[in-house]
Design a protein. Sequence first.
Length: 285
Amino acid sequence: MTEAEFLAALRTLPLHEGARDLRDDCALIEIGSETLVINHDTMAEDVHFRPEADLADVAWKLVAVNLSDLASKGAEPVGIILGHSLGGNDLQFVKGLREVMLAYNVKLMGGDTIAATGASTYAITAIGRATHKPVPSRMGARAGESVFVTGTIGRAMLGFEGQSGHLAAFDRPFPRLAEGRALAPHVGAMMDVSDGLLLDVYRLARASEATIALDSEKVPVADPSRRAELLRWGDDYELLFTLPPNREPPVAATRIGTVEARGPAPLVLDGRPMTEQQGLGYQHG
């Protein structure tokens, strides 16, 4: 099964109301006046990192990608729960955990360890506290809104290739937690960019039952000569969001498109309707 097919099968199961029909980055749980924001991500050897990767970097990235999802909800991190495969350089992994947890003031709440016989896998469940209600989602974009992205797209791909100046973007991404909290009261929709900008724009538009017209030349990319590749590669962990017309974002960001009424496809790239089958980004399966 593909990732999309498996998610469709999961939607036939009884779903918690906070699951948002499995169409968003995080689940929500209301407890009194607080809303907890919960996310889970897994990283596997040979898929998300090379076998020779420094496990301190792997640990950092594992925490950071979870925190990036919390950032897309404007959440403040509370703690993490770890799933760990023993057998690699476990102390180096702990070193990386300590570094990223201290950097973002996040605490370990528990977890589980296993002895792996094949490729190593690592997983984290991140728990955050919503700082604004309603909590942003992928589903709030409305026609007439402007589409923005933070940062520069494509630095992770160049870092993966070993280009100096971009290594940290792939090995140790920077979750936009402060930006997410600043944006939460203002956005129509918001998500992080993890699987490629084009695919994530497509997903945001589809979840909002709208169309996003994207101007690829307006997207800030790390190497303009490779723009088409960089828009699809992923691992950027920037924030993608929409704002009402004529509203300027409270953080540094670039306007890259416009939300339109539902049209021929969720994504219209430089005037051309796009489908998922056209290689918009990375998908499992």
